[in-house]
Design a protein around this ligand. Structure first.
Ligand code: KMH
Ligand code: ZN
Length: 269
């Protein structure tokens, strides 16, 4: 099996500090949370940023501040979000790509998120994918439902996505596939050849999805964006705590953890 790449989604756009006071939202907090996650074993950080009021923003200057702070202290791979927050314009969502991070998320289909609708029109998805190709940014294709995998395969055929592709199975959202192990098996079965995948379990699915992905040769994403709890009724004390648990599980299961060098090599593959 490939060494395990752990991604930490430290903040997100929807999680609130009132839900978990350990959520990093200021530049200083986000930089420190990333360093701590890196020291715990994460080699990729999935990044959303917040403005001074704590609201999600796609402002390039704020992204730059956080990225500069991280890069001054740690070599972690930076994956910016082009999903942003529900309702963001596509121009705003594309904006941080100009900072040329190593990776960016790419959402290829629309889906209900609770009472909201996360809209990803085909033309907008193409625009983001084209920009990533032009800027040589590795996309992480976010898959919440099986149809999105089919869309990605069509995009590969029309050269909007380059092989080897990388997917993130996001399981346990309100209207997408649940974190049932069989869903992970189904998605693995439909992967294009040479593709790699990470799996993300939302909320209570975080630990079982991480475990199953680890055993299946996939990579793992954890973090307060996806889950504010460490266990039922027990808030996570930090992003690093969630990363540490996956690193320790990998150790127990004898799956090596990817070094930062190996992670960077994989991106450039
Ligand atoms: N905040 C969600 C609307 C991503 O980062 O690409 C989108 C999201 C996915 O978090
Ligand atoms: Zn995100």
């Amino acid at each position: 099996m490939q060494p395990l790449i752990i991604t930490c989604a430290i903040t997100g756009a929807e999680t609130l500090k009132s839900q978990n006071p350990n959520l990093p939202i200021t530049v200083k907090e986000q930089v420190q949370a990333t360093i701590d996650a890196y020291n715990a074993g994460a080699t990729v950080v999935h990044l959303h940023v917040r403005d001074d009021s704590g609201a999600p923003t796609q402002d390039s200057n704020r992204f730059q501040e956080v990225i500069d702070g991280i890069r001054a202290k740690c070599p972690i791979v930076i994956q910016i979000s082009t999903g942003g927050a529900v309702g963001d314009s596509i121009a705003d969502r594309a904006r941080p790509l100009d900072l040329k991070p190593e990776m960016a998320s790419l959402n290829v289909g629309s889906i209900n998120f609770g009472d909201d609708v996360f809209i990803n029109k085909a033309a907008d998805v193409e625009l983001l994918a084209t920009k990533m190709l032009q800027l040589k940014i590795k996309p992480e294709i976010e898959v919440y439902d099986l149809g999105m995998m089919e869309v990605a395969k069509r995009m590969m055929k029309s050269s909007l996505l380059a092989s080897p592709t990388h997917f993130n199975f996001v399981l346990g959202t309100s209207h997408g596939l649940s974190g049932d192990m069989r869903n992970i098996g189904l998605l693995i079965d439909r992967l294009p050849s040479n593709a790699t995948f990470t799996a993300t379990g939302i909320g209570r699915y975080q630990l079982p999805v991480a475990t199953y992905s680890l055993l299946s040769g996939g990579h793992v994403r954890v973090g307060l964006e996806d889950n504010i709890y460490f266990a039922k009724g027990q808030l996570a004390t930090s992003n690093a705590q969630l990363v540490e648990r996956v690193a320790s599980l990998a150790h127990t299961l004898q799956r090596p953890i990817a070094s930062i060098e190996a992670t960077k090599k994989w991106i450039n593959n």
